[in-house]
Design a protein around this ligand. Sequence first.
Ligand SMILES: [Fe+2]
Length: 328
Amino acid sequence: MSIPSVVTHPPFNITRSSHVRYFVTDLEKSVRFYTEILGLVISDQDSDTVYLRGIEEACHHSVVLMQRRDTAPAAECVGMRVASEDDLHRAQEHILAAGGTATFAERPYQGLTLLTSFGEGTPPVELCSSMPVLPRLLNNFPAQKGGRALRLDHYQCVIPDVGATAEKFMALGFRPSKYTTHVDTGQLLSIFLARKNNPHDLVLAQGAGPRLHHVAFIVSDLQAMFRACDIAANLGYGRHVEYGPGRHGPPNGIFTYFRDPDGNRIEFGLPPMQFMDPEDQPNVWDSTDGVSLVPWGDGPPQRWREEMTSFDGITPAGGTIARWTSRR
Ligand SMILES: [Fe+2]
């Protein structure tokens, strides 16, 4: 199959994936998990909401945890940054013209924010142009805990039609760094899309959706990753280390996946390779290339394939989960 050409002058300028908003069932437990095990730090909080960031992050938050009572946990939306307020107005115009929804909203600790959807089967995305700046804590060693998560890198959404959704985001300037197709039908099964200078901001994978499969943070090294696993065990979350440590194929990623107290999946990964020059082409695999995607060890457990976070108020629909096999 062919995928769309890269759009070098998109209608507005998305700069990166930046944050996620979760409704959680026990705020205290969640905060402990994100701070003590993953090593995020609290930027601000009130009785119902906690804003967290990685130790390398200067912008106010990459995770927002919101207390929810008597209902199931969920993600409200994923967030992306744009270069300026002007981009938000162009975004609204473009998304409405494309048949989606785009409404301005007030968010604490964020500049002008646009709540968007490209329609059924696509993830809700909020675009924001700025956040307050706080000190980076890279050199503040007493403040560093757990896995010392550095920064949010990407998130993966499972959606019923990868091809159609990829087309919508590639029209906004996202570049593919890798993608997989079905060996018989050529159907697009997953695609890794980037706006910043590494291989992923937004990963789209085939399945009933939209659902949020995981949010990924970069850690400095293997020691930090193992430390998070060890502290998880000490704090009673040993079985929340779901999969890994292991290796993905390109971009040379060592990974570990954790489940937070509500089951939301967080990936830890080592710093990925650079991907920024326009002539750099995506890696392409078919559905028999499981060994390229995970070169050693077992593939992911069944729960990794099937369990994920719902978006608030959205019933997942359509799509079957893609299956990979290994020809070797
Ligand atoms: Fe990932």
